[in-house]
Design a protein around this ligand. Structure first.
Ligand code: HEC
Ligand SMILES: [Cu+2]
Length: 333
């Protein structure tokens, strides 16, 4: 009982700022609480019924200065806290640049994590210290929530949608990982750990394909190609072929006229109904599962829907592959 810490360790840049905000709000609450508490005690004692020492004639029943003070001071304080908290919120949830990306898939009842170089981990997430991390989070079944108290971050894992959050781990060590959204019988067992390694150790760990640590649940990526693990994008390329996507896409002899998917990622996609959408994870995901929902302008609804035929893991791979086509200069802008 007594080894439960009063606050969790603070092991991310964002966590430090959030802790400062948290203690500032606590301090304000204590100060105002004390003013009210001691004010009540003082007035109750001074104006008690049998105290004849006080003059009760001409009692003041309003004073504009006092009313303005107790309205404006809390208003200004509340606005400062709002602005401060909104900035910290945006640091975690608004898009940022220059990150290391991991994909997190929640399922009843475990966390599955995928690194860009192909390393996979179950209920463990290994991260480098001192680097901005983007976690792209999705669920395979019900709503879960991915929570790392030591970093002061959490985000819902929602089926059908990629939710992102950003944070910068600072201190190497081992931290708790929780599901914080009730998700069924074994919700309380949906726990794991986040391991933060110094940058060089992390690189060495990645190169060894995620081996070498006491994380028996870690496994290397699919397809044992010569030379080691396949990257996430390479796994995606294999999945692409395995599902027969290349019968139409990336095939110069395709009988069906298809959009150039090297031009999909990061570009504005014109749709047949006149709208324009961004070629992001959500668009690619929907284009695979339910292609008819958004038809690329100038093309026909000839792609079969893959709903129910691809797993979340395969979708993450396919997205990484299509993204890599744009990044590698074979297309893109
Ligand atoms: C029978 C041919 C065919 C197959 C097989 C096929 N597609 Fe398509 N795909 C199309 C056509 C036609 C479109 C354009 C119409 C549309 O937007 O649905 C398209 C559109 C797309 C788009 C949107 C691209 C953009 O820039 O708008 C993506 C992404 C995509 N396909 C991925 C895949 C993946 C991944 C697979 C395999 C799981 C696959 N396709 C299998 C024919 C095919
Ligand atoms: Cu859960």
């Amino acid at each position: 009982m007594w080894n439960i810490p009063f606050v969790p360790p603070t092991a991310s840049e964002e966590g430090v700022s959030i802790s400062i905000l948290y203690w500032a709000i606590t301090a304000l609450a204590v100060v105002f609480g004390a003013i009210v508490l001691f004010g009540v005690i003082y007035l109750a004692v001074r104006y008690r019924a049998d105290n004849n020492a006080v003059d009760r004639s001409n009692a003041v029943d309003s004073d504009l200065r006092v009313e303005l003070a107790w309205t404006l001071v809390p208003l200004v304080l509340a606005l400062i806290i709002f602005g401060w908290a909104a900035k910290l919120y945006a640091d975690i949830y608004a898009p940022r640049e220059g990150y290391y990306e991991v994909f997190v898939i929640g399922k009843q009842w475990m966390w599955h994590c995928q690194h860009p170089n192909g390393v996979r981990e179950n209920n463990v997430l290994t991260l480098p210290a001192g680097r901005l991390v983007k976690a792209s989070i999705i669920s395979q079944d019900v709503i879960h929530a991915f929570s790392i108290p030591a970093f002061r971050v959490k985000r819902d894992a929602v089926p059908g949608r990629y939710n992102a959050m950003y944070f910068t781990p600072t201190k190497p060590g081992e931290y708790h990982l929780f599901c914080t959204e009730y998700c069924g019988t074994k919700h309380s067992e949906m726990i794991g750990k986040v391991i933060v390694l110094p940058e060089e150790e992390f690189q060495a760990w990645l190169e060894k394909g995620g081996q070498g640590l006491a994380t028996a649940t870690t496994s290397t990526g699919g397809g044992a190609a010569a030379g080691g693990t396949l990257t996430l994008a390479q796994q995606g390329e294999q999945t692409f072929k395995a599902l027969g996507c290349n019968a139409c896409h990336m095939n110069p002899n395709s009988a069906v006229k298809v959009p150039d998917i090297t031009q999909t990622w990061g570009n504005d996609i014109p749709l047949a109904d006149g709208r324009t959408v961004k070629g992001d994870e959500a668009y690619i995901r929907e284009s695979i599962l339910n292609p008819g929902a958004k038809i690329h302008k100038g093309f026909q609804n000839l792609m079969p829907p893959y709903q129910g035929q691809v797993s979340e893991e395969q979708l993450v791979q396919l997205i990484a592959y299509i993204k890599s086509l744009a990044d590698s200069g074979t297309g893109g802008n």
